[in-house]
Design a protein around this ligand. Structure first.
Ligand code: MGD
Ligand code: MGD
Ligand code: SF4
Ligand code: MO
Length: 741
């Protein structure tokens, strides 16, 4: 029987239909009714059964014994002991000693929404997630320049730029391959790709700029000089929307280098860079996307800044085919703004502690160190820089609780592991909805009942809050009574009794979960009513244009009803391009081109001599490249990979012949942190001196490990000076041939 669902392997969450028989997924195909993906799917989801049926799925709560092995315990014991352990740490050291990590992966963000209740009960305010090792530089800069993060409209642009981004494999934009092919096929449109590697996306490009690894800031300097100094900016846009005099300040800082020098530093032919500048200057609508190739690389925050200067100076904002600020149901980095972390004083962006600082917030005798960690839907022992140090940090904590579907690298270090129902066994959703002007939300229905012994996260957090004594039956009874009278009466009671009551409002997600009238299989979606209510208050006109009209409560209920019945996703917001300007929420309502600290950083970089070659580490390693069959650590069984099951190290043919290795042969790869043996794949797509390893490999599956776990090789000190993002794409490395025995 075909049932609608969605892919959980990247942030696009394409709609799928699954043919389900006997509790198995037998076939999957793109769901044409899904309003965003419209039937599109790449090659990866066809093998999602490997996730659902992983052999290391968890089927009972586990408690670690003194000897490090685990024993199964029942749920009542698990909830009681976890609640007791967390409360004891709160009582002795304060809630700030309890650190929350994760809350969602590529397909599931509801755990994060429910966990807000548990965290509030515990007074735990510090948290982080994978976003704080990729996107926080971009968020911090965007917030200061525009008041909000932007996305780009690649469907209507005539010039597209991908900067350190390979959407052919990594997607992140709807129907990526179709969109890329359409731009490439149209002689009136120009596709520009900046990537040291000739990626699948670069192969389609009109202009591929094979930048020298780690030197994108210099390329942006060259491009900006070519536009700003020749007046090829959108002066009208700048005068109307940007704070006065700021473009001139940027121009003055850029004067310290010549275009020729800048091109030499990034290893690019000046004529090629000039062609790219001409295309951008002549664009009717310029759309651009930066990703990990620059966000996890040297000068990452400076690159995010210069990239946005390029976007704004060319007026590529607020009109079709350019950049926009979408209506979102949830602001994904919406944490309270505490300025710095408790021990190391690291800058907190969007409520998130930089991932590279986490171990240092634990491995210290500082009185404010974290004592407990609650990890949910994330695998930091694998995904954070310097896995060895992360393991040490986990071992130093008084209490580690992990909520996961499988025995992950992180779960192995937990005191308690709580088994979640899989993403196909409960209602789930993500908050990565960034389409414009039409935006969509998809609450997926489960394909299967929860596997025996597992619970959805809504239930886990409700039980924890109850065990912590935060909600009583007395709190819930009036809401249950109201629920019996219909959803309108229920919503009114929620507002009157819960939202208006500070003690209960923090618990709203789990109160909704416990009291709303929803079919049991959809209950994990209860929290969406709260999100809909918030969206109705904040984005009334956008929701109204999508048909959700009336007072906020009425609009929220209509939206929630649509979400519940909309099996393949719903249109929830319709924007207009002028809305984008209304969303510029800088204090003066202007766009800001000059950020003094970033201009200082720019001047510093321009004054620096080129780094000398390091004979001990002559290669630059990209540690964690998205490939055809990688998906973070969501699927653990290596058999799911149709290609490249062992995750080869890609290397340029000349480098391989200089070393004397051929495809399939093993080399020893050494970084400052560790040394591993890995087979090579000779690839003409790589430039000399640049090597790359895939992301998501090196998982222990049934005692066997396929491939290299990239963060065994990375170090926490290789990071951005402003927001601490790791430089995983720029790890100094050396290679030696492994002698055949
Ligand atoms: N197949 C697949 N798709 C995924 C994921 C997955 O695991 N597998 N993960 C998802 C997630 S979580 C994310 S965040 C996105 C990430 O998506 P991307 O950022 O597109 O993915 P990466 O392959 O990590 O890096 C992109 C490119 O950066 C290039 N690069 C390396 N060094 C440099 C440099 O110095 N300068 C420039 N300009 N480029 C450089 C690499 O060659 C690579 O092609 O992908 C998402 N999509
Ligand atoms: N060296 C290097 N490191 C990197 C990167 C890189 O390019 N290079 N990329 C980084 C990036 S961009 C990202 S986004 C991170 C990703 O790293 P993490 O955010 O740590 O996430 P995942 O690997 O996606 O792990 C997801 C976990 O959720 C579990 N899970 C799956 N479904 C459910 C569910 O329904 N409920 C619960 N509770 N758990 C579930 C999975 O079993 C898995 O353990 O890795 C980062 N680390
Ligand atoms: S693009 Fe992403 S969400 Fe869509 S099918 Fe491929 S991996 Fe899944
Ligand atoms: Mo990511």
């Amino acid at each position: 029987m075909w049932k609608p669902t969605a892919c959980i392997l990247c942030e696009c969450n394409c709609g799928l239909e699954a043919d389900v028989e006997d509790q198995h997924i037998v076939r999957l195909r793109g769901d044409k009714r899904h309003p965003s993906s419209q039937g599109y799917a790449c090659e990866k989801p066809h093998r999602l059964g490997y996730y659902q049926e992983g052999r290391d799925r968890l089927h009972a709560p586990l408690r670690r014994r003194a000897d490090g092995t685990f024993e199964e315990i029942d749920w009542d014991t698990a909830i009681r002991e976890v609640a007791h352990g967390l409360a004891a740490i709160r009582d002795e050291h304060g809630g700030d000693a309890i650190f929350y990590y994760g809350g969602g992966g590529q397909g599931n963000h509801l755990p994060g929404a429910y966990s807000t209740a548990t965290r509030r009960v515990l007074g735990s305010r510090y948290r982080s997630s994978a976003l704080a090792q990729e996107k926080t530089g971009e968020f911090w800069i965007s917030d200061r320049m525009m008041g909000s993060a932007t996305r780009a409209d690649f469907d209507h642009c005539d010039v597209a730029l991908f900067l350190g981004k390979n959407p052919w494999h990594s997607h992140s934009i709807p129907r990526a391959r179709t969109t890329l092919k359409a731009i490439a096929a149209d002689p009136a449109r120009t596709l520009i790709v900046v990537d040291p590697r000739r990626t699948e996306t670069a192969e389609l490009a009109d202009l591929h700029l094979p930048v020298r690894p780690g030197t994108d800031a210099w390329l942006l300097v060259a491009l900006l000089k070519l536009l700003v100094e020749t007046g090829r900016v959108d002066a009208e846009f700048v005068a109307a929307h940007c704070a006065a005099g700021e473009l001139e300040q940027v121009g003055a800082a850029l004067a310290a280098a010549t275009v020729e020098e800048a091109c030499a530093r990034c290893g690019l032919d000046e004529a090629l860079v000039r062609r790219a500048a001409d295309a951008i200057a002549g664009a009717r609508a310029f759309a651009s996307f930066e990703d990990l190739g620059v966000q996890m690389n040297r000068h990452s925050t400076l690159v995010s800044y210069l990239h946005r200067v390029l976007i704004l100076a060319t007026g590529s904002f607020g009109k079709p085919g350019t950049h926009f600020i979408p209506t979102t149901l949830v602001d994904i980095a919406n944490g309270e703004s505490r300025r710095t972390s408790p021990v190391t004083g690291a800058r907190i962006v969007g409520g998130l502690i930089p991932c590279n600082s986490i171990a240092d917030e634990i491995l210290t005798d500082h009185p404010k160190r974290f004592r407990a960690m609650f990890v949910e839907a994330a695998n930091p022992a694998h995904s954070l820089a310097d896995s060895k140090r992360v393991r040490e940090a986990l071992a130093a904590l008084d209490l580690v609780v992990v909520v996961d579907v499988a025995m992950s690298e992180t779960a192995r270090h937990a005191h308690y592991v709580l088994p979640a129902s899989s993403q196909f066994e409960k209602a789930e959703a993500t908050f990565f909805n960034f389409d414009f002007p039409h935006n969509y939300f998809h609450l997926r229905r489960p394909l299967f009942p929860p596997a025996p012994g597992t619970l959805p996260e809504g239930e886990i957090h409700a039980r924890l809050c109850e065990a912590l004594g935060a909600i009583t039956d007395g709190d819930l009874a009036p809401l249950r009574a109201a629920a019996a009278q219909g959803r309108a009466a229920y919503a009114q009671a929620m507002f009157a009794r819960v939202i208006a009551n500070p003690k209960l409002s923090a618990l709203a997600p789990v109160i909704l979960y416990r009291t709303i009238d929803l079919p049991e299989e959809l209950r994990n979606g209860a929290v969406v009513l709260g999100l809909a209510a918030k969206a109705a208050m904040e984005h009334g006109p956008s929701l109204a244009r999508a048909g959700f009209t009336g007072a906020p409560l009425e609009a929220a209920l209509a939206l929630f009803d649509a979400v519940v019945v909309g099996e393949s996703g719903v249109l929830f917001a319709v924007d207009t391009w002028p809305d984008v300007f209304a969303r510029v929420s800088t204090p003066d309502g202007k766009l800001h081109l000059a950020l003094p600290d970033l201009l200082d950083e720019l001047r510093r970089m321009l004054a620096e001599p080129a780094p000398a070659a390091d004979a001990a580490y002559p290669f630059v390693l990209t540690a964690g490249e998205r490939r055809s069959f990688t998906a973070n650590t969501i699927i653990r069984d290596p058999d799911w990979r149709k290609k490249d099951a062992g995750g080869c190290l890609r290397i340029n043919p000349d480098d391989a012949s200089a070393l004397g290795v051929t495809t399939g042969q093993a080399v020893r790869l050494t970084t400052r942190r560790d040394s591993v043996v890995v087979p090579v794949e000779i690839s003409a797509t790589m430039q000399r001196g640049h090597i790359s390893l895939p992301n998501g490999l090196g998982l222990d599956y049934g005692g066997a490990t396929a491939g290299v776990a990239p963060n065994e090789l990375t170090a926490t000190e290789d990071r951005d000076p402003f927001v601490g993002t790791p430089w995983h794409k720029h790890v100094p490395a050396r290679l030696e041939v492994v002698e055949r025995s």
